[in-house]
Design a protein around this ligand. Sequence first.
Ligand SMILES: [Mg+2]
Length: 362
Amino acid sequence: MKIEQLDVSVYRVPTEEPESDGTLTWDGTTLVVVEPSAAGVKGLGWSYGTGACATLIREMLVEVVVGSDVMDVPGIWSQMVAAIRNMGRPGVSSMAMAAVDVALWDLKARLLGLPLVRLLGQVHDEVAVYGSGGFTSFTDDELIGQLGGWVHGLGIPRVKLKVGTAWGSRPERDVERVQLARQTIGPDAELYVDANGAYSRKQAVRLARAFADEGVTWFEEPVSSDDLDGLRQIRDLIDADVAAGEYGYDLVYFERMAASVDVLQPDVTRCAGITEWLRVAALAAAHGLDVSGHCAPSLHAHVACAVPNIRHLEYFHDHARIEGLLFDGALDPTGGALRPDQQRPGLGIELRRADAERYRRE
Ligand SMILES: [Mg+2]
């Protein structure tokens, strides 16, 4: 069943207001949408990347994909990896391949009339999510509103906020915000923090102790993800789970990181798609680790339910908002879990073209 066409488009959705974490500020999110066709059926995949991904897809990947058999997604994936060799595997290349790979898995499932989770092979009926946002740029009222909305409004019993305010230069503010978060969500919900690499090693250990007083059980990127020795030392010194992996683009990256963290966080939109994400999950299992899907909840729900060692998915505010704005079929996190729709083929997601048009860039 040959792939006849591969369409690429780019959308940019502004955030409601500028947002910051410990090490970055942004005011919008770019999606690169890929739609392959075969036998009169269109697939859908996307990556939260940059327009450069679309250029790379048009220049280098279309010729690999068009004419290939959609039943052989890992074979096409291997050819894409070979084709981008001279561009470098991390970054734009892998985010471009991710959008294509996800779209091909979606197309194959649609052609077979199966929900994607059944094509991959289902292990779980549903996957837990945690509400993720709590930006360092938020006012206290915004923080209370968002975290309280997830826990008390939607019944999601776990949330994460950003810490590491201004590159770790305001630790007392981080402790205040974590205390406020705990007051807001009550004693029973799980509370997670993400420093996005803003702290130094000893600073992270000291703050982990302060956060532990508020029952924080997940400390993400306490130091830079490039500091594997630091991650390992912190993991060995604190009770909270240390998590990282959102900047992982290939299997070897995760193999190097596995000895330094408690949970790996592969992102299907960055690690070259579902094909590699499944291998990362297997690698994690071999190290006795869980995986947690990083962001893009609608793209992770099916693949997460197809591996045994899934901890949860990050229900990231920006992506959840975008998926609600642009797509039909985005899953509802009420109660704290996503359950793939068994009645819809593929990812079960349709692009609402008329609604998306105002955000279109190319
Ligand atoms: Mg993170």
